[in-house]
Design a protein around this ligand. Structure first.
Ligand code: IDP
Ligand code: MG
Length: 149
């Protein structure tokens, strides 16, 4: 079963949107297999966003992600990587559709509430970066037969 890494950024936690955001993935039918509230070290933030290290917004992004706790999660389900990106919405909330997390709750690109892995390989490396194997629980939701044919 496919897995993806999702992180509620400091603005989502500070604004009291953790329950709302977790609920959207639950309601879709995805399975939560790992979750922790944590302060992010500069080292972890820099590794997570390494692909953006030469961008002008990199320093501010690392500053933001380390400024207040985040909620790191792993979600599981068919096509969860792509589907989570759809639920999250476009990077810039100006262009995120209503009904998406960023479209419903965000205004600016630097405070867009949530991260989701952009591909299966990225998801695998991000899950390994943020979680130990023992922090993830594999379980079969009782409703599985009502979610998948
Ligand atoms: P994504 O989060 O939708 O995958 P990326 O392009 O990978 O978007 O950028 C990572 C994060 O960097 C964004 O979610 C956003 O928080 C931040 N970011 C991207 N572009 C800008 C920018 O132009 N200004 C400020 N922050 C940005
Ligand atoms: Mg990205």
């Amino acid at each position: 079963m496919e897995r993806t890494f999702i992180m509620i950024k400091p603005d989502g936690v500070q604004r009291g949107l953790v329950g709302e955001i977790v609920g959207r993935f639950e309601q879709k039918g995805f399975t939560l297999v790992g979750m922790k509230l944590m302060a992010v070290s500069r080292e972890l933030a820099e590794k997570h966003y390494a692909v953006h290290k030469d961008k002008p917004f990199f320093a501010g992004l690392v500053e933001f992600i380390t400024s207040s706790p985040v909620v790191a999660m792993v979600w599981e389900g068919d096509n969860v990587v792509t589907s989570a990106r759809t639920i999250i919405g476009a990077t810039n909330p100006i262009s995120s559709a209503p009904g998406t997390i960023r479209g419903d709750f965000g205004i600016t690109i630097g405070r867009n509430l949530i991260h989701g892995s952009d591909a299966i390989e990225t998801a695998q490396s991000e899950i390994a970066l943020w979680f130990q194997e023992a922090e993830l629980a594999s379980w079969d939701p009782a409703v599985k037969g009502w979610l998948y044919e």
